[in-house]
Ligand binder design. Structure first.
Ligand SMILES: Cc1cc2nc3c(=O)[nH]c(=O)nc-3n(C[C@H](O)[C@H](O)[C@H](O)COP(=O)(O)OP(=O)(O)OC[C@H]3O[C@@H](n4cnc5c(N)ncnc54)[C@H](O)[C@@H]3O)c2cc1C
Length: 453
């Protein structure tokens, strides 16, 4: 249906639709975009089949446990554009602040069906579960924030990029389909369903309890599809041709800075890859495909199949064993979580990483690797280090709370990697230290650079 690959579609009951209703409800839970949105177009397809309309719900929990002021502001910035694009197609989009049970109960009594996005993280799966408990009509989940649906590429947790790569590169071109987007004959715009005014995010935020201490980064990153697309366009015209060489160079960062948009579903990864494909067989395009397809979807594979993806117990045996064996090694320096969060260590480069995360919500991949590896060696135990890393990562990065956050936090401790030569504290886990960083990048230049450029 609608040129959507059947592997993306998961019926959570026996059928996708019941035989009565007034509209099809698309609960936009994780794909905050109207462009290239498989779940939205699937809902439109169901509405065509039932000769009805589509209503889109954005549901915001009144008490947020994972999204703080920075994340919420970015998310809310995307909504007016979505509402406008949907209104242009005769689709009403309503934003409501209430527990999901209340919103789903209120809106499903008259719905033929619910269509929603596919969650991978526990908190999102729990949210869906709560909605399912009260839904009065069939629910279909669509995997649209990934290029190849997780189960379509592998039936188990992959060991490393090298085990996922051959499988995913063989099949991904089957999943770059653009969903057909059509105009529905029946508009839902005149329905009397009430929602919040998203053009005044301040009013909306007043109804939500959330961690306020982390300031929004609107000056640097504006939420929404248009902003994401501008970044992509700019990157393709200016930076792609340097990507392979400079991807690991924080002083000449030729990277997309799309991670926060991908994380909040503001741009479809299949659309991004389709745009990159136009530049193949260039080595730069292939290098970006490696990150966007292999690395990003390895993280989805990991959180989908691993037990406790947020604990060290999800590491391979060799990594757990070596970290245990070195747990009592003398650390070169020891810091508490609050010293780290304050950026108050002896290491200027590390402090700058912490301060830039706090100020901009983003850090270049190479510096994230350095930042994470030092937390491993400066905390009392690997477990405390891992919990601290995750806490800081998800609090300050705009792209935090993502499958990538959990996979990369554990990569610091050996996930998806191999054993290296054994040394103090790291054991056989890949080491990274200040001397190595200094050899690889021009630290003075990086410290003086304006990160907003
Ligand atoms: C300690 C640590 C913590 C990290 N935390 C996060 C996080 O919270 N959220 C997050 O999205 N990424 C995280 N990463 C992965 C990576 O650093 C970022 O995805 C990347 O830097 C984002 O910048 P970009 O969009 O310019 O990347 P680009 O180089 O332009 O890559 C394009 C896209 O590919 C994906 N990608 C790139 N590198 C990786 C990678 N190593 N693993 C998985 N996918 C990748 C991202 O979706 C990215 O947007 C972390 C890495 C480390 C080492």
């Amino acid at each position: 249906m609608k040129n959507i690959h059947p592997d993306r579609v998961h019926l959570l009951g026996e059928s996708s639709c019941r035989d009565q209703g007034q509209y099809v409800l698309y609960w936009m839970s994780l794909s905050f975009r109207a462009h290239w949105n498989y779940a939205l177009e699937y809902a439109v397809g169901l509405a065509e089949a039932t000769d009805s309309k589509v209503v889109v719900l954005v549901s915001l929990e009144p008490q947020q446990t994972h999204l703080n002021a920075r994340h919420l502001t970015f998310l809310l910035e995307s909504l007016p554009e979505i509402e406008q694009a949907l209104a242009d197609r005769g689709i009403k989009c309503i934003t409501r602040v209430a527990p999901i049970e209340k919103n789903i109960e209120a809106l499903t009594a008259d719905a033929f069906a619910i269509v929603t996005d596919c969650p991978y993280l526990d908190e999102d799966r729990d949210w869906l579960e709560r909605a399912l408990n009260v839904a009065q009509c069939p629910v279909t989940q669509i995997e649209g924030n990934i290029i190849v649906p997780v189960e379509a590429v592998s039936s188990h947790q992959e060991y490393a990029a090298r085990t996922l790569r051959p499988k995913i590169t063989e099949c991904y071109t089957d999943y770059l389909e653009k969903p057909t987007s059509s105009m529905l004959p029946k508009s839902s715009l005149n329905m009397s369903l009430k929602g919040e005014d998203t053009s005044a995010p301040g009013n909306l935020l007043q109804q939500i309890e959330f961690e306020q201490s982390v300031a929004p980064v609107t000056e640097y990153y504006t939420g929404g599809f248009s902003a994401a697309k501008s970044r992509l366009d700019h990157f393709l015209h200016n930076d792609l041709e340097a990507y392979e060489d400079q991807r690991q160079s924080p002083t000449q960062p030729a990277v997309t800075q799309l991670s926060m948009y991908l994380s909040m579903g503001m741009i479809a990864p299949a659309y991004v890859l389709k745009r990159i494909e136009a530049y193949l067989p260039s080595e730069n395009a292939a290098a970006l495909r490696e990150e966007l397809l292999v690395r990003r979807e390895l993280a989805c594979n990991f959180v989908y199949y691993a037990d406790h993806y947020d604990r060290l117990s999800a590491l391979p045996d060799w990594a757990q064993q070596t970290l245990d064996e070195h747990e009592r090694d003398q650390r070169p320096h020891r810091y508490t979580r609050s010293e780290l969060e304050a950026g108050a260590t002896h290491d200027d480069a590390w402090n700058a990483c912490m301060n830039r995360m706090k100020e901009y919500g983003y850090l270049h991949n190479h510096m994230r690797m350095y930042w994470g590896k030092q937390i491993l060696i400066w905390c009392n135990t690997p477990d405390y280090a891992h919990q601290t890393l995750l806490y800081l990562n998800n609090k300050y990065f705009l792209d935090g709370n993502d499958p990538n956050s959990y996979a990369n936090a554990l990569w610091v401790f050996g996930l998806h990697d191999r054993a290296w030569k054994e040394r103090k504290v790291f054991g056989k886990v890949r080491p990274m230290n200040h001397n190595g960083l200094q050899r690889k990048i021009d630290l003075e230049t990086w410290l003086q650079m304006d990160p907003a450029q």
